[in-house]
Each structure stands twice: as structure tokens, then as C-alpha cells.
Design a protein around this ligand. Structure first.
Ligand code: SAM
Length: 276
């Protein structure tokens, strides 16, 4: 990356680019902020990084300054591709892919382990996280900016108001913590809500695809009717009997059941379905 780049604001102006709401565009134009996010995400020690939604490239510049190996950008808005191409120094380190991150196959973009670092578009942030947690391709770490409420739903524990499906699925696969809070004013244009960066590191052993599917079914039923007792909210899956088989109190509500409890429910469901 050249040292003589225009500022991010100048780049946007030079290319006549204004943020589009439909793409969830809220830009980070302060390189001190993007460098800080990249410090939380790294060190990368030469491993590849995939950045979804680079927009004007503030995070990209910080990734290129750091010890990331190949940096692969996936941007859906074609207007940004020429601007991003200006960050390419011709060394082959930067790869720019125009496309929808919900549809791309990450395994086709990188060889070997890769980090995901992204200031996610809010409208598809949760769907992308679920894709990376449950899909066939697993990143070695994820450092992701979400709207604050979603970040809280990822890291919440039993008893927290934000505790639900997203927390259980995220924590079944990863350890997750919020590493940074950012006010709406940090973005151009400012969104209506505050944001937070979550750093997730997959467990050495993650549940297999079948267990994750059953965990999704159990948590969807349990939190879909979160005020009801499990004997009732899990009725379609076995109700009180399923709870007994999992060693869970059938009169409890989903909000007090920890990850280990939900994993036992998923295992009990597997055993029931194997017998049926
Ligand atoms: N990373 C930039 C920054 O921090 O300034 C931009 C972040 S902005 C919140 C989200 C970016 O994701 C935009 O550039 C938008 O065009 C892009 N985007 C939206 N939906 C996308 C999708 N499905 N796949 C890839 N990029 C997407």
C-alpha cells in the first residue's frame, strides 16, 4: 500500500461516493479507530484475512499496515471497487472480490486458516455470523462490528436479558467477548444505534453439524416462547420427557438454561430421534 494515499474522505469525494442505506453503509473514516480494531483482531502472523464490506477501505488500510497475509475483500456495492483498487500495490497481497458475502464460498477465497475482520452491514450481520458459525468453512478468529444490541446478544449468559439463540449458538462454537464500544458519532453517516466489536475464537473442538442443527431446533423452540416453561415450549420435541432425559428441570424457562444444558437437550433429542 502506498504511503501517499489520499484521506478516506478525499477518496470518497474523488470517486463521488455517498453512503447508500440499502447496503447498510456507515463508514469508519478515522484510521486511529480502524487501527485499534485491527490490533484487537491480530496478531495475524501472516495468515490470511477476509474483510466483508470494505466500503471506502478504512479497515482495509489498517489490515494492510498490520501483519495480515493476503487480505481478501468481499464488497457487494460495485461503486467501491475502483476506489479499493487504489490500495493495491501490485504485490498480489490484496484480492478484491465483488459479491454478496452471504453467497460467497470462503474456502474458494483463501488457502488455509483465515481471520474474518469486518465492520458488518447491520441488515445482514446476524445472518453472516450464523453462516460463519454453522457453515462448512470455519475462520480461525472473527472480529466483527455489530450494532450494540446484537453484540450483547452474542456474548450474553443465562439470566441476561439479551440471552437467547444467538448466544447459545455463538458460544457453542466460540468464546466471545466484546472488546470495544463505539458511539454512533464514530461513523459517517451516523447510524441510529451504538456499535460494539465482538472478538470470537472458535473452540478447539466444535460441535458437529448435526449437533448444531439440533441445538438450533431446541433453542428456536425454547426461546421462541421464552416466557413458557420448557415442558410446554419444547412440547413438539418431547416436552417434559426430553427435559428429564437431559437432566433439565421441565418447569424451568429457557433464559436460565446454560450452554451445557442446551447441549444435553440437543443430545437427548438425537437419542430420541435415533430410537423413533
Ligand atoms: N468497512 C467499511 C468501514 O468500516 O468504513 C464499511 C462498513 S459498512 C457498515 C458495510 C459495508 O458492507 C458497505 O461497504 C456495504 O456496501 C457492504 N455490504 C453490504 N451488504 C453486503 C453483502 N451482502 N456482502 C458484502 N458486502 C456488503
Amino acid at each position: 500500500m502506498s504511503d501517499n494515499l489520499p484521506t478516506l474522505r478525499e477518496s470518497l469525494e474523488a470517486h463521488g461516493l455517498l453512503a447508500k442505506k440499502s447496503f447498510g453503509q456507515h463508514f469508519l473514516l478515522d484510521l486511529n479507530v480502524t487501527r485499534k480494531i485491527v490490533r484487537y483482531a491480530g496478531p495475524f502472523e501472516g495468515r490470511a484475512v477476509i474483510e466483508v464490506g470494505p466500503g471506502p477501505g478504512g479497515l482495509t488500510r489498517a489490515l494492510l499496515e498490520a501483519d495480515a497475509g493476503p487480505v481478501v475483500l468481499v464488497e457487494k456495492d460495485p461503486r467501491f471497487i475502483p476506489l479499493l483498487s487504489e490500495l493495491d500495490d501490485g504485490s498480489g497481497r490484496l484480492k478484491i472480490v465483488e459479491g454478496d458475502a452471504l453467497k460467497v464460498k470462503e474456502a474458494d477465497l483463501v488457502e488455509g486458516p483465515a481471520h474474518l475482520v469486518s465492520n458488518l452491514p447491520y441488515n445482514v450481520g446476524t445472518a453472516l455470523l450464523i453462516k460463519w458459525l454453522t457453515g462448512p468453512w470455519t475462520p480461525c478468529a472473527l472480529t466483527l462490528m455489530f450494532q450494540k444490541e446484537v453484540a450483547e446478544r452474542v456474548v450474553a449468559g443465562p439470566g441476561d436479558e439479551a440471552y437467547g439463540r444467538l448466544a447459545v449458538i455463538s458460544q457453542a462454537v466460540c468464546t466471545a467477548r466484546i472488546v470495544m464500544h463505539l458511539p454512533a458519532a464514530a461513523f459517517t453517516p451516523p447510524p441510529k444505534v451504538a456499535s460494539a466489536v465482538v472478538h470470537l475464537v472458535p473452540h478447539a473442538e466444535r460441535p458437529d453439524a448435526g449437533t448444531l442443527k439440533r441445538l438450533e431446533r431446541v433453542t428456536a423452540a425454547a426461546f421462541g416462547q421464552r416466557r413458557k416453561m420448557l415442558r410446554s415450549s419444547l412440547k413438539q420435541l418431547g416436552g417434559a420427557t426430553l427435559c428429564d432425559e437431559a437432566g433439565i428441570e421441565p418447569d424451568a424457562r429457557a433464559e436460565v438454561i446454560d450452554l451445557a444444558g442446551f447441549l444435553r437437550l440437543a443430545d437427548a433429542l438425537e437419542a430420541r430421534e435415533a430410537k423413533a
